[in-house]
Write a protein that binds this ligand. Sequence first.
Ligand code: SAH
Length: 373
Amino acid sequence: MPEPVKPNAINLLDFDRKGLAAFFVGMGEKPFRATQLLKWIYQEGIEDFDLMTNLSKPLRAYLKEHCCIATPEIVLEQQASDGTRKWVLQTSCGNRVETVFIPEESRGTLCVSSQIGCALACTFCSTAQQGFNRNLTTAEIIGQVYAAQNRLGNAGKITNVVMMGMGEPLLNFDNVVAAMNLMMDDFSFGLSKRRVTISTSGVVPAMYRLTEVCDVSLAVSLHAVTDELRDELVPINKKYPLNELMEACRENAKLAPRRTVTFEYVMLDGINDSLTDAHGLVKLLETVPAKINLIPFNPFPNSPYRCSSNNRINQFKTLLNDAGIVTTIRKTRGEDIDAACGQLVGQVQDKSRRHLKLQLQTSEQNGAAQPSV
Ligand code: SAH
């Protein structure tokens, strides 16, 4: 049994290597203690400070007294018929977030959450309907990888991480960057920068910052080729319209690990899936080194959209491929346990009161009496 976490204990999972080195230097220790500690935690799976034999006894005693290694608690584990696994994790504040493992023949991808809920209001995403509580800490983000790998044991290896769970990762910049540094650190998970992907709805200033400080693969949730439609589907577009988004993508692609940006495009029947849209996409991406990932829309209760037909998705793909853009269709995984894209909801005590506003809109649409907000 792990010892109960002391109140105010410093969670060592909150630091990447640089942060940990600064922490040790601050207490008069040498910076290389950081690599020793990372190896114990992430490579050896040791959480008991007494067993960290290359640390001095006084240092072990100090860590025992003041620090902890604490991950969010797994409160539910589900496995889908296709082998996809979902974990529901309870955070210290009583909210819940979700993490999904998607096994494939040649890789195992973990889909990690960055926030409790989401403050953005993308109309086709069920996380958005939950409202927003707070950013996850670095420990809660890297803790998802740590806890998932522990649970998987020999049954699966995490080879790729995508920051595509709940939340907008670029609105939790510092904590997400520190967690991604740990994912890529040779003394921790050691994933290559090609195998760590951050997905954003298009927070343009943070995209530039990311390009400067952290070398990971970038995916952008595009979903529309005109500002008019994107304003509606991905409302942050009103703040950072397509021309600004594309410029940020061009800058990122110059340095990106794969020298390309992946554009995600959710296929919504009759909304953004016409062949005119496909031609518009080709035009929009003319000057950006791009790959496209078409995502069949995953429905959720009360969602106003339907998924495009397979026929239409294939036509869309062919048109893009013929125009020379590498285009794939994302396989929907884990549907039977609500683990597919946009279906992660966790349990969010909404501080943004967004879910109330949505209830109000829905009841207005249905002509029902309005709840008092
Ligand atoms: N906030 C980030 C990451 C989270 S979502 C972002 O917007 O990129 C990961 C991907 O799933 C995004 O491309 C998102 O637009 C997409 N998505 C959200 N809801 C969906 C749904 N119901 N069906 C299919 N894809 C969805």
